[in-house]
Design a protein around this ligand. Sequence first.
Ligand code: F6R
Length: 615
Amino acid sequence: MCGIVGYVGSRDATPLLVNGLRRLEYRGYDSAGVAIQENGHLEVRRAEGKLDNLVQAIAQKPLTGRSGIGHTRWATHGRPSEQNAHPHVDCGAVTAVIHNGIIENFAELKAPLVSDGHRFSSETDTEVVVHLLEEELKRGRPLEEAALRVLPQLEGAAALAFLSVKDPGKIVAARISNAGGVIVGYGEGENFIASDIPALLEHTRRMTFLDPGEMAVVTATGVSFRRLEDGAQIEKAVQQIQWDAVSAAKAGYKHFMLKEIHEQPRVVSDTLIGRVERTSGRVVFDDDLKLTDAQVRSLQRITLLGCGTAGYAALAGKYLIERLAKIPCDAEIPSEYRYRDPVVTGDHLVVSLTQSGETADTLGAMEEAKKRGARLLTFVNVMGSQASRLADDVIYLHAGPEISVASTKAYTTMLVDLYLFAIYLAQRRGTVSAEEAGQLLAEAFHLPTLIDAVLGEEPKVKALAYRYHQARDFLFLGRGMNYPTALEGAHKLKELSYSHAEGTAAGEMKHGINALIDETLPVIAIALRDSTYKKMRSNIQEVRARAGVVIAVADDDDEEIAEHADAVIRVPHTNELLSPALAVLPLHLFAYHVADRRGNDVDQPRNLAKSVTVE
Ligand code: F6R
């Protein structure tokens, strides 16, 4: 949830760290800080609130040096304040620590330190680590040896990095358990660490990803790796990252979210490319899907898991797979799944969906499923992320870096990949004819053009968002394939606008939700000409009969719908199973423009963070 960066080399570390933090701010933005070590001194600057406050603090009291660490925080233990901002230092301001995650046993570790006279200056769980290190460093141990003694004492999920004047020109970074990524980036005569790829892209594409239980010792001239369990030296592969710095920048858009929405024609093309074998017309995934055709044929059940937006993709995946491949599916919330004693039967595939690949709840549920004997497949965007290592099979989303906290293009690519995956399963199980599969795939390849057309409707969506931006409540209705779309539309509006919004299956209205409807309630109804169209039109009439305001998302040639709605947003027609990838676009744009009109921070909504690496 928090972002960590580090630099050792011959350049001035401060601007490099601040730039890195700028790219990680989406992970947390309650406070930020840097620690720089030079000439036997450690200097720290910290500030509550957004990174710009830290920039001001540094401008007022500059600090320079050639090694340093930086942090942007999403508060867990201790309210957002300068005092609780990282880095934290020991009693003698000799060593600094930054941390992403939660140290569950910090209270037990702290008590003896306090009795021994250590002075704590924050309410965080993190500070205990630097006082433990202080004890070890006093005994003259190098930083990595001290860390090897301290880190095994910590319980919980964490990524940490240390810098000390006792062992200058060195950063020690470690990853404990699943949550909290640490990446090492390699430069010429300089090296970096960060929690996420975008913070490093400006400097290098050569990176190594720490696995849980591993530590990196980083100096300007080299990087070595140790195992936390026994301190043994280990070799780690260097990976070449394909993303470039340009694709991780705003490119003239007011917000990352808007840029990411407009990238969708391209990323959906990237998702489709290479996924259909020319000769056979069969869907193929790259080498990371190792399921054999025989295993696909014997699958008895699929459980799909995802948090928030990824969870709505999981629900759409259930509808798709059951419809095309006739395999019984469940869609589940990972934080429930992992603790509810789930039943895993033989030939059970558990599919996780995650943009970041670092969501603690999702990873926990995957581990639980694996323990119970399921085969794990993950649909993930970030290469090298923990989900991609935990899973037996991986399908990469090809969405490129998603920086905005609100997930948009990752959601669309999840929908497209799930559509392809359902066809893939159906082809191997013989539940679609070659002709039907060919037709479904041809429609998929047309999708980027259709997405482009929907994005052309943005001025109209914006006008509607401006008209209704002050409403206190919103209702999103969908049925069938677009029930998950209604849930996603409400979710996005809530997280960005801070208004209350509810998404529901339209058939459920009469069981309670109808009581909410009056003339102040905008109701966004997805009413495409599919198998649920007539039912949906009746639901719209029910809303109108109770004076609700209806905004319909409808097919571009549906003339009739205008009689039933106060406003209509048009999308081009595609097949029902693919339609969620189009219908969601105006809903994302609507949420964006309502939030922007309200003056909210669209890319960094309050109380949220991009990578949710705590439970
Ligand atoms: C919604 C949103 C969150 C994430 C959720 C899962 O816009 O951003 O609901 O979808 O936290 O994140 P990943 O996909 O990284 O596992």
